[in-house]
Design a protein around this ligand. Structure first.
Ligand code: CA
Length: 236
């Protein structure tokens, strides 16, 4: 079993390394965020112990980048802070567990064993339809290999469509899922945001996947249709 410890404090890193080696692990140390990212991308670690406060790139960013790069080894995050919000941020970024400094080595060791036993699994399942892909954990979206930047609402809207592929969603259904009930602007806001979304996920790629179902609502097609085919068939 090979572990990566990411910790910039030299004494703490040495202490962890010695303890974990006594537990029988092979242990590497990274002292900065970028170094951690590089090592964890290049080598197949069985788990990563990741300090939150790091020079270069903090632990949350490192975690997010690793998950975005589809590295699913268990990650135990260490932090000096202990607010619920910090914990949520860490877990949202894809950490599996969270330990607040100061901690006992015995606890760290036990938590690591539990994580490694569970193994690396894709806990954040991507939503995908044809070459359109959304990662709920990292909140990123791709069309093919191209990453698409979406606003919070555009992302929420796309997520609803991807969770209901090839189904016609009415404006009311969309409103209820993406906006608060009784949003005052009414259903026009849905049309507006569908337009925004198309400008990002469809039009730049010369395709139409998010289609209008006249008088009813919208549907995300299983396959994108080329814009040329759409104009020949008349606006849909
Ligand atoms: Ca630190």
């Amino acid at each position: 079993m090979r572990l990566l410890i990411v910790e910039d404090e030299v004494r703490m890193a040495a202490l962890l390394k010695r303890g974990l080696e006594e537990d029988g692990y092979v242990v590497d140390i990274a002292r900065t965020g970028p170094e951690a990212l590089w090592r964890a991308t290049e080598f197949p670690y069985d788990a990563v112990v990741l300090d939150r406060m790091l020079p270069g790139l903090d632990g949350v960013e490192v975690c997010r980048e690793l998950r975005a790069g589809r590295r699913w080894m268990p990650i135990l995050m260490l932090t000096a802070r202990n607010s619920v919000n910090d914990r949520v941020v860490g877990l949202d970024a894809g950490a599996d567990d969270y330990l607040t400094k100061p901690f006992s080595f015995v606890e760290l060791s036990a938590r690591l064993r539990a994580l490694i036993r569970r193994g690396s699994s894709e806990r954040a399942t991507d939503l995908a339809l044809a070459d359109l892909r959304l990662d709920p954990a990292t909140r990123r979206v791709w069309r093919g290999d191209v990453e698409v930047e979406l606003s919070v609402k555009e992302f929420a809207l796309l997520e609803v469509f991807l969770r209901n592929p090839d189904q016609v969603l009415t404006r009311v259904q969309i409103l209820e899922n993406v906006w608060d009930f009784g949003y005052e602007a009414g259903s026009n806001v849905v049309d507006q945001y569908v337009l925004y979304l198309r400008r990002k996920i469809d039009r730049p790629f010369g395709v139409r996947q998010l289609e209008t179902v006249r008088g009813v609502g919208y549907r995300l097609l299983p396959q994108p249709v080329s814009e040329a085919a759409v104009s020949q068939a008349g606006e849909r």
